[in-house]
Design a binder for this molecule. Structure first.
Ligand code: NDP
Length: 446
C-alpha cells in the first residue's frame, strides 16, 4: 500500500504512461519506499517534486533506416529518454533487443537516475536503445545500423549533455562503431561523449568487468553482515553476457563455485564449477550459446527452456534481464536455503519475488545499488577522459571497490535510520531519492 499522499501521484503515472507496465513497476517500487521519507521530511513532497521526478525531462523517438547484407532496407525504432539531469549530464546505456519499447527505456532511465545518485558521482540519469535485434547479423550490418542510429542520436549527445554507454546487445564493438560515426559527424574527438570505449582509444580499464565485479563486491559486503563470505559458497548466475561473465569471474576469485549460468534458450549446470575460460571463448569470441558450452563439457548438463532458479544454491545473482525471477522462483530458492540474492541485471526480480526474499530474511541487493559499479566506472572513464589520463587496472579496481562498499554502507545505514534494518531496497531508494531531490530543490522549478 502506498502512502495516501503518493497514491494520486502513482495514479497519474498510470494515466499518462498507459500500457508501460515495466515503468509502472519501477515507479511503484520507489514510491513504496518514499512514504517513510515524506513522513519524516514533508518538504520533499512540496512543489510537485515527486511528480517531477516521475516525468522524464525529454523523450526522443526516431526512425533508424539501414540496409542489410541482401540490399533490403530495414527500419527500426530508436529511443533516448533523458530522464533527470539534476546531478549531472544524462548517463545510462543503450539496449539493442527486439523487446525494447518506450516503456522499457523509461523504466531503465528512471532506475538509472537513482542508481547514478547512489554512486555519489556527478551524473544524471538516462537510457536509450532500439528494437533492433543484433542476433545473427553480420559485423557489416551491425556497423551500418550503429551508424544510422548515431546519425540521429548524435545531435542530442555531448560530454556535458548526455553520455551513453552499453547495455544488453551493446558492447565494445557497437560503442566503437557509434563513436566513429559521432567523430565523423562532429569533426571532434570528444572522448567523453560515450563510455565503454576500447582501451587504446579512451576507454577505462575495468569498465568491461565493472558491473559484474561491483555486484560481487556488494554481495560480499552483505554476506559480511552475516559473518560469512563467498569462499566455499555455491552460486548461480543467470545470463551469459557481460554482467554474468564478470560476476562469475569475481565469485571464482573469491573462492565461490558458480555451478550454473544461462541464456534466453536454457541453462547449463556443472556441479564442479563453470569453466570460465571456455564460457568466455564461446560467448565473447564466437558469439555462441550456452548449449555450445554444454556440448563441449562432459560434466555439464544443458536444460532447454528450464528455470535456472530450480538449481539449489547459497547465492543467486540474476544477471540477464527484467522480471526473469518470479515469485514462484523466489519460493523455490528460499526452500532450497538461499542466503543472498544480488541483482546484477536491472529489475530482474518481480515485486512478488522481492517480497518473498525480504519476508524470508534473505539478504537482497536491489539492482540499482548492486549493479551500480558499471556506471560508476563509466564515470571514472569520463574523469580520465577529462584529464587525458589513463589509470592502471589496480587503481581503477580499487576505486570501484571503494565505491561499491560505500554504496552498500549508505544503503544499510539509511535502512537503519528509517526503521527497516537490512532492507536494502528501502535503503537504496531513499538514499538515491534524497540526493536527486536535494539538487532539484536547490535549482528551483525547472
Ligand atoms: P548482454 O547483452 O551482454 O547479455 C545479456 C544476457 O542476458 C545474455 O546471456 C542474454 O541471452 C540474456 N538475456 C537477455 N534477454 C533475455 C531474456 N528476455 N530472457 C532470458 N535471457 C535474456 O547484456 P549485459 O550483460 O550487459 O546486461 C545484462 C543485464 O544487466 C541487463 O538487465 C542490463 O540492463 C544490466 N546492466 C548492465 C550493465 C552493463 O554494464 N553492461 C550495467 C548495469 C546493469 P541471449 O543471448 O539468449 O539473449
Amino acid at each position: 500500500m502506498l502512502d495516501e499522499k503518493l497514491e494520486p501521484i502513482y495514479a497519474d503515472v498510470l494515466r499518462r504512461n498507459a500500457g508501460e507496465e515495466e515503468f509502472h513497476q519501477a515507479v511503484h517500487e520507489v514510491l513504496d519506499s518514499l512514504g517513510a521519507v515524506i513522513a519524516k521530511h514533508p518538504h520533499y513532497a512540496e512543489n510537485a517534486l515527486i511528480e517531477r521526478i516521475c516525468e522524464p525531462e525529454r523523450q526522443i523517438i526516431f526512425r533508424v533506416p539501414w540496409v542489410d547484407d541482401r540490399g533490403q532496407v530495414q527500419i527500426n525504432r530508436g529511443f533516448r529518454v533523458q530522464f533527470n539531469s539534476a546531478l549531472g549530464p544524462y548517463k545510462g546505456g543503450l539496449r539493442f533487443h527486439p523487446s525494447v519499447l518506450l516503456g522499457t527505456i523509461k523504466f531503465l532511465g528512471f532506475e538509472q537516475t537513482f542508481k547514478n545518485a547512489l554512486t555519489g558521482m556527478p551524473i544524471g540519469g538516462g537510457k536509450g536503445g532500439s528494437d533492433f535485434d543484433p542476433k545473427g547479423r553480420s559485423d557489416a550490418e551491425i556497423m551500418r545500423f550503429c551508424q544510422s542510429f548515431m546519425t540521429e542520436l548524435g545531435r542530442h549527445l555531448g560530454e556535458y549533455t548526455d553520455v551513453p554507454a552499453g547495455d544488453i546487445g551493446v558492447g565494445g564493438r557497437e560503442i566503437g562503431y557509434m563513436f566513429g560515426q559521432y567523430k565523423r559527424m562532429t569533426n571532434r574527438y570528444e572522448s567523453g561523449v560515450l563510455t565503454g570505449k576500447g582501451l587504446t582509444w579512451g576507454g577505462s580499464r575495468v569498465r568491461t568487468e565493472a558491473t559484474g565485479y561491483g555486484a560481487v563486491y556488494f554481495v560480499e559486503r552483505m554476506l559480511r553482515r552475516r559473518s560469512t563470505q563467498f569462499d566455499g559458497k555455491k552460486v548461480i548466475v543467470s545470463g551469459a553476457g557481460n554482467v554474468a561473465i564478470y560476476t562469475i569471474e569475481k565469485v571464482q576469485k573469491l573462492g565461490g563455485r558458480v555451478i550454473a549460468c544461462s541464456d534466453s534458450n536454457g541453462y547449463v549446470v556443472e556441479e564442479s564449477g563453470i569453466d570460465l575460460a571456455l564460457l568466455k571463448e564461446i560467448k565473447e569470441r564466437k558469439r555462441g550459446r550456452v548449449s555450445d558450452y554444454a556440448m563441449a563439457r562432459k560434466g555439464a548438463t544443458y536444460v532447454p527452456n528450464g528455470r535456472i532458479w530450480d538449481v539449489p544454491a547459497d547465492v543467486a545473482m540474476p544477471s540477464a534481464t527484467q522480471n526473469e525471477l518470479t515469485g514462484a522462483d523466489a519460493k523455490t530458492l528460499v526452500r532450497n536455503g538461499v542466503l543472498a540474492v544480488g541483482e546484477g541485471a536491472n529489475m530482474p526480480c518481480t515485486p512478488e519475488a522481492v517480497r518473498t526474499f525480504i519476508d524470508a530474511n534473505v539478504l537482497f541487493g536491489p539492482g540499482k545499488a548492486t549493479n551500480a559499479g558499471g556506471v560508476a566506472t563509466s564515470a571514472l572513464e569520463m574523469q580520465q577522459n577529462a584529464s587525458r589520463d589513463s589509470w592502471s587496472f589496480e587503481t581503477t579496481e580499487e576505486k570501484l571497490r571503494t565505491i561499491m562498499h560505500s554504496i552498500h554502507d549508505n544503503c544499510a545505514q539509511t535502512a537503519d535510520e528509517y526503521g527497516s534494518p537490512g532492507n536494502y531496497v528501502l535503503g537504496a531508494n531513499v538514499t538515491g531519492f534524497i540526493r536527486v531531490a536535494e539538487a532539484m530543490q536547490a535549482m528551483g522549478v525547472v
